[in-house]
Design a protein around this ligand. Sequence first.
Ligand SMILES: [Zn+2]
Length: 88
Amino acid sequence: MSSSSSAQSRLIGGKIEFFCNCNRQLRVQTSTSRMNPGKRYVKCGECRVYEFLDDDLPSEYYKELVFGFFQRQRGVDTRPMVEALGKV
Ligand SMILES: [Zn+2]
């Protein structure tokens, strides 16, 4: 429980939804940056509110591991498109 928190969570229909102070609903996104890989965050484009929902990974080892996972995932996403273009 942090009092400096700007995003508020509410339980709606059995699901936790996040809202900003300006009453906008915030979409939960997952960070793929090297600093905070895999951490979920909510962001309000209106107020520049940016808040992580998850704690830091326990070590640099885990950060590299999760970051590497996202890098590979990106590679898999782009490859089929390149292959399709090559066949034309
Ligand atoms: Zn807001």
